[in-house]
Design a protein around this ligand. Structure first.
Ligand code: ADP
Length: 361
């Protein structure tokens, strides 16, 4: 099967010796929306620039629609890139900014004008087409950048933190527009962001990176419910991480697995790095119950903080090992059970929601 985009063991070492990306493998299908997510400096932009051809690859290969483009210059690749600051020409009109890529390709004037008019209309920019780009609002400039990227009809649109410069409100509006647009056009989008909500909300799959290495490639839901590495477990969502040592023999059921964790919450001694295990529990998996109402699996604790916000009750509960965890529950439940600060509680949780992983993979 030919993938729209394929990265095969791609790596990048900059001239000064900085190893920015290592052994990056990814296959993207036509029309997919993929986000690269990770903290600043983890190699997201470097990877995007390698796909666009602005940065040379030092290891591996990049294929677009089965064709190896590793040595192809950016203007010969079927990609368009949208930059965080939009990189518009401030003194050119909107129309000339949008038509720039077509001029570079040497398109006949009539055809260029037809394509530009169509895309200006699509992005609601017709009325401002003859204004200078620097006279427009942030939202309009964002749309110009998108129009300019799409008018050349790329196979793949590469977006480098394209919403970073917008305020929160506009960001939300444009996020929605972007998702609708992507569905409508069926173009493959590769999107770089350090904002978790943006990556999880917009994309079909997320590539989580840390220190130049791919940690996990999953759907947003899987990433949230089934983190595969300690980094992802800490970075995504609001997981509780409990470290312990397996007490039963390997291959026990999940119920058994929890017993091990439960036991580990008592006096913990003699846990060396080898065999050290991390239990990852999503915040939603916990249920708060007053003492004496054990769930399938239980952890005793004491409420140390609470706040009711609308329909949601937020709690911090201190466990027997002094670890504090955050829990959310419906505020009616919280009120009915009078779970005030100081209350002794039992946390119930679904064993199936617990993910176990080595703590030092
Ligand atoms: P991100 O987009 O995730 O913030 P980058 O891809 O920009 O990360 O950077 C990854 C690493 O490569 C960082 O350590 C950064 O300092 C380094 N880096 C980026 N560009 C260059 C460059 N031109 N020369 C040397 N090192 C660079």
């Amino acid at each position: 099967m030919v993938h729209d985009l394929e990265l095969v063991s791609v790596g990048k070492t900059y001239a000064d010796g900085t190893k920015a990306v290592s052994n990056f493998n990814l296959q993207v299908e036509k029309g997919e929306f993929v986000a690269f997510l990770g903290p600043s400096g983890c190699g997201k932009s470097t990877t995007l620039r390698m796909i666009a051809g602005f940065e040379e690859i030092t290891e591996g290969d990049i294929l677009i629609k089965g064709r190896n483009v590793s040595a192809t210059p950016p203007e010969k690749r079927p990609t368009s890139m949208i930059f965080q600051n939009y990189a518009l020409f401030p003194h050119m009109t909107v129309r000339r900014n949008v038509g720039f890529g077509l001029d570079v390709k040497g398109l006949p004037r009539a055809e260029r004008d037809r394509k530009v008019d169509r895309i200006l209309d699509m992005f609601d920019l017709t009325e401002v087409a003859d204004r200078k780009a620097d006279r427009l609002s942030a939202g309009q400039r964002q749309r110009i950048a998108l129009a300019r990227g799409l008018v050349v009809e790329p196979e793949i649109l590469l977006l480098d933190e394209p919403l970073g410069a917008l305020d929160a409100n506009l960001r939300r509006i444009i996020q929605n527009e972007l998702k609708l647009l992507q569905r409508e056009l069926g173009i493959t989008f590769v999107f770089v962001t350090h904002a978790q909500s943006e990556a999880l909300g917009l994309s079909d799959r997320v590539v989580v990176m840390s220190n130049g290495v791919v940690e996990q490639i999953s759907t947003p839901k899987e990433l949230y419910l089934r983190p595969q590495t300690p980094f992802v477990a800490r970075f995504i969502g609001a997981n509780t991480l409990i470290e312990g040592r397996p007490l039963a023999s390997e291959g026990g059921a999940l119920g058994k697995a929890f017993n091990r964790i439960d036991t580990a919450l008592g006096p913990i001694s003699g846990i060396g790095p080898s065999g050290s295990t991390l239990a990852v529990i999503p915040a939603e998996a916990f249920r708060l119950a007053p003492e004496g109402q054990p769930g399938e699996m239980t952890l005793p604790g004491r409420v140390v903080w609470k706040q009711l916000v609308g329909a949601t009750g937020h709690f911090r509960v201190r466990l027997a090992n002094d670890q504090e965890i955050g829990i959310e529950t419906h505020s009616d439940t919280a009120r009915a059970q009078i779970l005030d600060v100081g209350a002794v509680v039992t946390l119930g949780l679904d064993p199936g929601a617990v993910t176990l992983m080595p703590s030092n993979p």
